[in-house]
Design a protein around this ligand. Structure first.
Ligand code: COI
Length: 356
């Protein structure tokens, strides 16, 4: 498929790298591609960043048939730009697409288009410490129709945003509120897809957590409200008695690429690892005996997010001594060292991007 490129005539000034928040500033160009049943995916183009005009009846606005993904481009010390495991994001897009009845994309072509877009926007990859260019591929249902069925037409777009830390806390520990009132996702539902519905379902719980003075919610399984699923928008890890434990991908949990990278590193380091269910009661009991050493979240946006406090029922558990634990620190350092090209990448995860 051809990729048509139209450059902007009015480039924006680059932002101040030292003042970046998350997801508020967007680059000069975006990728767009359309789908209809006659032509399949077609009209792939990189063009100036701009609004998508939609009929008010457009299906995505009514029934949420949409998927997205998230990855980052990193600037190395020598000024090069590189992606971290981007093929994984493209294949996750297709797994999400299947669950949302969205036609699959050609992963190799989508990755080629993404690389071209980043090459054009090379200067937008920020240079300040711990900043990056966040990449948001998205597919939305475009039929103007109010009946409930999968749409016949779709738009796939990719936008780019220079970002700093996701949480205002940065890599400092966050306080987490466990809820047995709200649930995020259920097995057999959409939990393992990266789809807006899961984030919409998390909003009220997250607001309640904030009201109670916490940064995010720890989600329990939706059936028994007993087993730990995820934390905020991230996968979760526990260190219990020297063993790294994370819930298995049972259908309600997003198959995180950072999660997978943590597991790969743990195996490389010969850390004992277990993908198994962990009940909230088990975490509380392990805290009582002193076996619960660390808790941390993993995700693209924050990479590793250590948890210092866990509020559950009438108790507030202080994890470790409330500071960043050595295992969370080691994963954070190693992952960011690989991502920013400060150390050799032992896995072939890095994909360099030349400037256009
Ligand atoms: C992540 O990368 O951890 C996320 O899922 C956050 C994103 C929705 C902004």
């Amino acid at each position: 498929m051809d990729l048509k490129i139209t450059k902007t005539r009015t480039p924006k000034p680059l932002p101040d790298d030292s003042k970046l928040g998350f997801g508020q500033i967007f680059t000069d160009h975006m990728f767009n591609m359309d789908y209809n049943p006659e032509q399949g995916w077609h009209d792939a183009r990189i063009e100036p960043y701009g609004p998508i005009v939609m009929d008010p009846a457009t299906m995505v606005l009514h029934y949420g048939q949409a998927i997205f993904d998230g990855l980052k481009a990193y600037r190395t010390g020598s000024g090069n730009v590189q992606l971290f495991r981007p093929q994984q994001n493209m294949s996750r897009m297709n797994r999400s697409a299947q669950l949302l009845c969205i036609p699959e994309i050609d992963e190799a072509f989508a990755l080629k288009a993404l690389k071209k877009l980043i090459a054009i926007e090379h200067d937008w990859v920020p240079r300040a410490q711990e900043t990056s260019l966040y990449i948001r591929p998205t597919i939305v249902a475009m039929d103007p129709y109010l009946g409930v069925r999968p749409s016949h037409t779709y738009r796939f777009f990719i936008i780019l945003s220079p970002v700093g830390a996701y949480y205002p806390e940065g890599f400092n520990p966050v306080k987490i509120w466990v809820t047995d009132k709200y649930v995020r996702a259920v097995r057999g539902g959409l939990g393992e897809a990266k789809t807006p519905a899961n984030y919409a379902a998390s909003l009220l719980g997250a607001e309640m957590a904030k009201e109670a003075g916490y940064t995010q919610v720890l989600w329990l399984d939706a059936v028994e409200q007993r087993y730990i699923d995820e934390v905020g928008t991230m996968n979760i890890f526990f260190v219990v008695d020297g063993e790294l434990v994370t819930p298995p991908l049972g259908g309600s949990i997003l198959p995180g690429i950072t999660r997978d990278s943590v597991l790969a590193l743990a195996r490389l380091w010969n850390l004992p690892v277990s993908e198994r269910n962990i009940a909230i009661d088990e975490a509380v009991a392990a805290h009582k005996t002193g076996a619960l050493q660390e808790i941390f979240g993993s995700g693209t946006a924050a990479v590793i997010s250590p948890v210092s406090h866990l509020a559950w029922k009438d108790e507030v558990l202080v994890v470790g001594d409330g500071a960043v634990g050595p295992i969370a620190q080691r994963f954070y350092d190693t992952l960011t060292d690989i991502q920013y090209g400060r150390v050799e990448d032992p896995f072939g995860w890095i994909v360099p991007i030349e400037k256009a």
